[in-house]
Design a protein around this ligand. Structure first.
Ligand code: ZN
Ligand code: ZN
Length: 219
C-alpha cells in the first residue's frame, strides 16, 4: 500500500514532469493478452484517464500487438477497395511518422537486431537520442554524419555484447559495415576505429581526385 505522503509526492512529481512512477514502473500488463510488456510496447494515449496523475502512464491499456490484431479482424470484413485505401493511408502516415521520429526508428531497429541475435537488453528512444547528443549526431569512428546505431561490443553470440545504453554509439553506414564482428577487447576496437577513419578519409580523397580528373578530361 502507498502511504499518503508518498502518494502526494508522486502526484506532484507527475504534474511537474519528474514522474516517479514513470521512472520506476517500466512495464505493465496488457488488458487483452494479459502479458507483462515494456511500456513502449503500448501505444501512447491522449485520453484524459490515461494521462491522469493518479492512474495514468500516458499509454493505452492494450499492447500494439493486440491492437493491430483487432484492427486486422475488423478490416478483414471490409470490401477490397476500402481495405486497400486504408492500408495506403496507413503506409503514408507511418512513413511520415518515422521520418519525424528518427531516434524511435533507430531504437526499434537496434531492439529487433538484438532479438534476432539472441542478445539481452533493450534501448529506448530517449537512450538513442542521448547517444546521438553525445557525439552531436556524428559517427564515432570517422566523424561524418551518423545514420545507424552501432553496438560498441558487437551483439552476436561469440562477441557477447549487450543491447544497452552504454553499448550503443552513432555510426555511419560505411563504418558500421566495415567493422569487425568479433570482440578482441576495447583497445583493439579503438585501434580498429582509427584504421577505419584513415580508410574512410582515403576513400573520400580518392573519390575527390577521381571526380576532378573526370571534370578535367571533360573540359
Ligand atoms: Zn496484448
Ligand atoms: Zn563513419
Amino acid at each position: 500500500m502507498i502511504r499518503a505522503k508518498e502518494r502526494i509526492d508522486t502526484r506532484r512529481a507527475l504534474r511537474y514532469g519528474v514522474c516517479k512512477r514513470r521512472n520506476t514502473m517500466q512495464t505493465k500488463r496488457c488488458s487483452h493478452c494479459r502479458k507483462v510488456k515494456p511500456l513502449d510496447a503500448f501505444p501512447t494515449s491522449d485520453w484524459k484517464a490515461d494521462r491522469s496523475a493518479r492512474k495514468g502512464d500516458g499509454r493505452r491499456s492494450q499492447c500494439y500487438r493486440c491492437r493491430d490484431q483487432r484492427r486486422k479482424e475488423i478490416m478483414s470484413e471490409w470490401p477490397e477497395d476500402k481495405r486497400l485505401q486504408a492500408s495506403r493511408k496507413q503506409q503514408t502516415f507511418s512513413r511520415a511518422w518515422d521520418k519525424a521520429h528518427p531516434h524511435n526508428v533507430r531504437s526499434r531497429q537496434a531492439n529487433q537486431q538484438a532479438r534476432r541475435r539472441g542478445a539481452t537488453g533493450r534501448v529506448s528512444e530517449d537512450e538513442v537520442r542521448l547517444a546521438w547528443e553525445r557525439t552531436s549526431g556524428l559517427c564515432w569512428i570517422c566523424g561524418r554524419t551518423a545514420s545507424e546505431v552501432d553496438h560498441f561490443r558487437p551483439i552476436n553470440k561469440t562477441a557477447g555484447g549487450e543491447n544497452t545504453a552504454s553499448n550503443i554509439r552513432p555510426v555511419c553506414h560505411f563504418c558500421n559495415h566495415k567493422r569487425d564482428h568479433q570482440w578482441r577487447g576495447e583497445g583493439y576496437a579503438m585501434k580498429e576505429a582509427e584504421i577505419l577513419k584513415t580508410l574512410r578519409d582515403l576513400a573520400d580523397e580518392h573519390s575527390r581526385v577521381t571526380v576532378h580528373a573526370d571534370v578535367g578530361q571533360g573540359g
